[in-house]
Design a protein around this ligand. Structure first.
Ligand code: G
Ligand code: G
Ligand code: MN
Ligand code: NA
Length: 255
């Protein structure tokens, strides 16, 4: 296809970039980290969202070099921000990693990259989507264990939209659960549906996991999440995904 064709060489031609969406601590409204989100601006196709090109890149294998670009860019950005005092050592950047990328030489690549930039494993968090659990769970399980032994925190994205059962979560230990925005969206109005968020919180606590709520758009949603005891959140209420320079400016006023 056209998209497949244009995707070849897109990184080398400088068409890819990262934006960062702040993650806030709900108790203090402080920015404690950010999620790196990939952007592709093709000169012929225009902006193409990751939901369209990541699946194609998974199929044609380009997700490996693209994923390497994402890791390298995120590591370089965070190393620079730490060096110039924009962020402190507690600030973490979450990077989305696809199944195919995890199944390559991911842990080794990550170790080398962090060492090159003089970063501890805590500087980057690895975010995987729930569907990874279905897809070769035995292998990704060993990769995840290796990452976590080295000190990398692993986060389960889009939680609640897939099929992960309790037994998966017990067998594949992870550090953070990200509550999908579809559930956060039900926290508005006179009869908010808090049941699912409460259940996820209980589950996370029983497994010793932290929780991040995604897609927070209204003050009402943030208040309900605070009352329920959710630690951290991201969403348009706090900030949209920002270009690196915009994130630095944002941190100047929201750190
Ligand atoms: O804003 P947004 O359209 O960026 O993100 C949509 C989805 O695309 C995210 O939920 C995420 O799962 C995926 N995505 C964004 N950036 C990356 C990336 O760098 N790598 C991978 N594998 N997926 C990403
Ligand atoms: O990794 P993941 O699929 O969760 O990526 C987050 C996606 O959600 C990105 O595409 C991002 O642009 C989008 N997003 C971020 N904040 C909000 C929000 O408050 N509302 C909605 N609807 N989408 C958001
Ligand atoms: Mn994500
Ligand atoms: Na998500």
């Amino acid at each position: 296809t056209r998209l497949d064709h244009e995707l070849h060489g897109a990184v080398a031609r400088g068409e890819m970039s990262l934006v960062y969406q702040p993650v806030v601590d709900l108790a203090g409204d402080r920015t404690v980290g950010a999620e790196a989100l990939l952007r592709w601006h093709s000169p012929t196709l225009g902006p193409v969202p990751p939901s369209e090109f990541v699946p194609v890149a998974e199929d044609n294998g380009l997700v490996v070099p693209i994923g390497r670009y994402v890791l390298e860019q995120a590591a370089a950005d965070i190393a620079r921000w730490r060096a110039d005092g924009t962020v402190d050592e507690s600030f973490t950047v979450a990077v989305n990693v696809s199944v195919r990328q995890l199944c390559s030489t991911f842990p080794e690549d990550l170790d080398r990259l962090l060492e090159e930039h003089g970063l501890p494993h805590g500087a980057l968090t690895v975010e995987i989507t729930e569907s990874v659990l279905l897809d070769g769970s035995v292998f990704s399980g060993s990769v995840l264990s290796r990452l976590r032994r080295a000190g990398t925190r692993v986060s389960l994205d889009d939680f609640g939209t897939g099929y992960s059962s309790l037994s998966y979560l017990q067998r594949l230990p992870m550090d953070i659960l990200k509550i999908d925005r579809s559930f956060v969206g039900e926290l508005d109005g006179p009869t908010p549906r808090t049941g699912l968020v409460s259940a996820v919180l209980d589950l996370a606590r029983s497994l010793g996991m932290d929780v991040v709520a995604e897609g927070v758009e209204t003050p009402e949603q943030a208040d309900r999440l605070r009352l329920l005891g959710v630690d951290r959140a991201q969403g348009w209420l706090f900030a949209r995904p920002l270009r690196p320079g915009e994130l630095v400016a944002h941190l100047g006023t929201h750190a």
